[in-house]
Design a protein around this ligand. Structure first.
Ligand SMILES: [Zn+2]
Length: 405
């Protein structure tokens, strides 16, 4: 067993209580055995048995649970820097999409990319994310949009899950957009998803979740319902991209379909927010996407006041959010959505775990949970997100082992 001592403050981020309650312990110690936490508390209460074990001095660091990025599109071919320039010149996201740019250009690059190359690129991102304190990443498919490439992406995630330490939660997003070759026969693409791809993904155990992009340029609520009902029959859990560019009644749809989380939600209606609260759906905000697209910020207070847990994620993808810097997204959630640093920390830990259906295992520092935690060089959570620096993480531990590359 190992004990981390001399912790200035440890934020346990236990799920109970409101969004702002991160349950801090001053002058703390944390013990773990193998991959599992065995004891957390004030160092003065540390039982004698732990004092005899291996000790690691935290040198007055701040300790938080490993950060969870609960919404990324991690594996993709190419980049879209030229499109970024067009948007800087004033072109709209939907306008670029209508002219064959946007997601469909990444789809072409992803179809061409070999699996090994894709894995190497994604693994490079994971290394840098772990250095920032991220210990679990949700990873979506959705840049293949044909049987071969969607399975290729999900197989890459399976190999990453087996071969490197960062926790991977795979999500099937075959319903990202209707691919160009199905533009005039979209119902055939929905049939490909429901009759071929979802069964193939589920039977091979390649995804935990099924996600649908519900938007004018993507899928209608009716198509989403059809896809999600099929995914549920195959045992996949549900996520939705909704209400990002206008109010498409997506928040209400997420509640009706029993989604674990609804993502984006910048334009969600009051009625939709109430429905999410009643159904226990987590809202996932991705301020980097709002910032890059120059869109209004996520109305965090409406959700938190209604009792909806709010998770904070990057939405890392080559178009609308080409950054995997979760602490940066967290700082932006403070400044753009007026969440407090404590609310944001809970959003990137316990609430994010809830959005992934894994709150029993990750997202907080409690006995029985995975020993995923980060040592930060900051005097407080407020100071960490206020005096924003490239990286305040001194060390990241994943399942009890210090991450190093
Ligand atoms: Zn996304």
């Amino acid at each position: 067993m190992t004990v981390l001592t001399n912790i200035a403050t440890l934020a346990t981020c236990r799920l109970e209580g409101g969004q702002e309650q991160i349950h801090e312990i001053p002058d703390a110690a944390l013990a773990w055995e193998g991959p599992t936490i065995t004891w957390v508390g004030p160092q003065s209460d540390l039982p004698q048995t732990y004092k005899d074990g291996k000790q690691v001095d935290a040198s007055r660091a701040l300790v938080i649970p490993g950060l969870i990025d609960c919404h990324t599109h991690l594996a993709f071919g190419g980049w879209r820097a030229d499109e970024f320039e067009l948007r800087c010149r004033g072109a709209e996201y939907l306008e670029i999409a209508r002219h064959g740019g946007g997601i469909s250009s990444t789809v072409s690059a992803t179809r061409r990319m070999a699996a090994d190359e894709m894995k190497k690129k994604a693994e490079g991102f994971l290394v840098e994310m772990a250095r920032l304190g991220v210990t679990t990443v949700e990873c979506k498919s959705g840049y293949g949009l044909d049987v071969e490439t969607e399975l290729k992406i999900l197989e890459v995630y399976r190999r990453l899950k087996e071969e490197q330490p960062v926790g991977i939660v795979p999500t099937f997003l075959g319903a990202h957009i209707v691919p160009p070759e199905y533009k005039s026969k979209r119902q055939e693409y929905v049939a490909l998803l429901t009759e071929t791809l979802i069964p193939a993904v589920a039977l091979r155990g390649l995804a935990d979740f099924c996600d649908v992009f519900v938007e004018d340029t993507a899928f209608t609520p009716e198509e989403a319902r059809q896809i999600i009902e099929t995914a549920k029959r195959y045992g996949l859990r549900v996520k939705l991209h909704v209400d990002q560019l206008n109010d498409g009644n997506g928040a209400k749809l997420a509640a009706e379909l029993g989604a674990a989380s609804a993502n984006h939600l910048e334009y969600a209606s009051e009625e939709g927010i109430r429905a999410m609260a009643d159904a226990g759906v987590v809202a996932v905000t991705m301020p980097l996407a709002s910032l890059y697209l120059n869109q209004p910020a996520f109305p965090a207070r409406s959700f938190i006041d209604a009792g909806v847990p709010v998770a904070v994620a990057t939405d890392f993808n080559p178009g609308s959010a080409p950054s995997y810097h979760l602490p940066l997204a967290m700082m932006l959630a403070c400044t753009m959505s007026r969440m407090t640093p404590s609310e944001v920390l809970k959003g990137a830990t316990a609430c994010a775990a809830l959005a992934l259906g894994q709150a029993d295992r990750i997202g907080s520092l409690e006995p029985g949970k995975d020993a995923d935690f980060v040592l930060l060089n900051a005097p407080s959570i407020n100071h960490w997100l206020y005096h924003f620096r490239p990286n305040d993480a001194i060390a990241t531990y994943i399942k009890g082992n210090m991450f190093s590359v």
